[in-house]
Ligand binder design. Structure first.
Ligand SMILES: Cc1ncc(COP(=O)(O)O)c(C=O)c1O
Ligand SMILES: N[C@@H](CCCC[NH3+])C(=O)O
Length: 417
């Protein structure tokens, strides 16, 4: 569900016609709906009401400061994977005490910064990381709150590039090795064990893998508690999918009610780290048709957005709905490939789409609020696009289009002579 809808044949974000945004900000540009972000966050928060819980929005999905600010004001926590994401959360006045830090490659400086900020928990992914964190924390004279990220070896049945909980994946610690590592952690002066963590993958469209993983993590947590290791929270990661096309992923309420049953009679706090489910359908990518080109029996709409703004189709062969911003009731839709200006044959936003579009028309690529702008690049010398947030009847430019000079910021030529 989102707040993008047609009125009088024109696509609106809440009450704002997207044509007005394109006019004011140019294209390509991302448009986010505050109301959708809020509704999706609340769906998780309310579904877990009554349980001691924290919804830590995964900043990697969309780290725009305005997005983080909207969520921070609702009391959200944040799941970060780098010092850069921590800096963003702090810049958006997110509460460091509600931040969990995931990721397989945390550097010392990142650990130090997170300890100084006073984050809620480090999700530690290896023995070497645990040792490093212990050392960094002792040097600062503090104890680092820690969960071990265990790898429950569950097949999430999603795209292989975004499955993370398999035995052979680079993430986490094999569940069988976790107890020994927890025992070691208990003896470390710079470590305070507080929880256990897992994350099995992204864009999951069924509950079964989540529950399988949760059961395994819970069994492990119970066993650890039984030997006196103080597991206070279970962090079950993110990964709940969204409907891009005809997927019917479970609602947060269904997920939460299954979790409640699983946790009945236990007093673990629960942390979830949803990213896509909060931001994905809260955004569209606006683009204009530059050329219509017939070639080799195909009709191409060459648009001004590309894999540089939305890499998901090129990277995962992902499907995003592409719709006209102004309906043309009298034109016959025809099969088109929607491709960008980048010099790669893989640079497409959608193939084989029925669209009635002509040069100059605006299109909206839907479900682009997560893993869109954050994965944007400057390939082919393309500045990153503007981001706009619609809030009630108004829109705000929450990030200007990157100025072309930013393309060479920090670069220099060799000295002459
Ligand atoms: C550790 C961790 N937490 C949370 C997320 C967020 O995932 P999603 O956007 O699928 O909810 C990810 C990304 O898959 C992740 O790696
Ligand atoms: N970037 C991926 C999701 C990655 C999840 C990160 N752990 C996507 O667009 O679907």
């Amino acid at each position: 569900m989102d707040h993008f809808h047609y009125r009088d044949g024109r696509l609106h974000a809440e009450d704002v016609p997207l044509e007005a945004i394109a006019e004011a900000c140019g294209t390509p540009c991302f448009v986010y709906a505050r109301a959708t972000l809020e509704r999706h966050y609340r769906a998780f928060d309310e579904a877990l009401a009554g349980l001691d819980h924290l919804v830590c929005y995964a900043v990697k999905a969309n780290g725009n400061l305005a997005v983080l600010d909207v969520l921070a004001r609702l009391g959200a926590g944040f799941d970060i994977v780098s010092g850069g994401e921590l800096a963003r959360v702090l810049a958006a006045r997110g509460d460091p005490a509600r931040v969990v830090f995931s990721g397989v490659g945390k550097g010392e400086a990142e650990m130090r910064r997170a300890l100084e900020a006073g984050i809620r928990c480090f999700n530690v992914e290896s023995a070497a990381e645990l040792e490093r964190l212990d050392r960094v924390a002792r040097a600062l004279g503090v104890r680092a709150p820690v969960s071990l990220r265990v790898n429950p070896d569950v097949d999430p049945r999603t795209h292989p590039y975004i499955a993370t909980g398999l035995r052979e994946s680079k993430f986490g610690i094999p569940a069988a090795e976790a107890p020994a590592l927890y025992r070691r952690a208990m003896d470390m002066a710079g470590i305070e064990v507080t929880g256990i963590d897992c994350h099995i993958g992204s864009q999951l469209t069924t509950l079964a893998p989540f529950l399988e993983a949760a059961e395994r993590v819970l069994a492990l947590a119970d066993a650890l508690r039984a030997e006196g290791i103080p597991i206070r929270h279970l962090d079950l990661g993110g990964g709940l999918g969204i409907p891009y096309r005809d997927e019917r992923p479970p609602e947060p309420a269904q997920y939460a009610s299954a979790l409640r049953q699983l946790l009945a009679g236990r007093d673990y706090a629960v942390i979830l780290e949803p990213g896509r489910a909060i931001a994905g359908n809260a955004g569209v990518l606006l683009t204009r048709v530059e050329y219509v080109k017939e070639q080799g029996g195909r009709r191409y709409l060459i648009v001004d957005a590309a894999m540089t703004e939305l890499i998901r189709p090129a990277l995962y062969d992902a499907w995003h709905e592409i719709v006209p911003v102004r309906l043309r009731p009298d034109a016959e839709p025809v099969l088109c490939d929607v491709a960008g200006p980048v010099c790669e044959s893989g640079d497409f936003l959608g193939r084989g789409r029925r669209l009635a579009a002509a040069e100059g028309d605006l299109l909206a690529v839907r479900s682009a609020g997560a893993y869109g702008f954050v994965m944007a690049s400057n390939y082919n010398g393309r500045p990153r696009p503007a981001e706009v947030m619609v809030d009630g009847g108004r829109f705000h430019v929450v990030r200007e289009r990157e100025p072309v000079e930013a393309l060479w910021a920090g670069e220099r030529t060799l000295p002459r002579g």
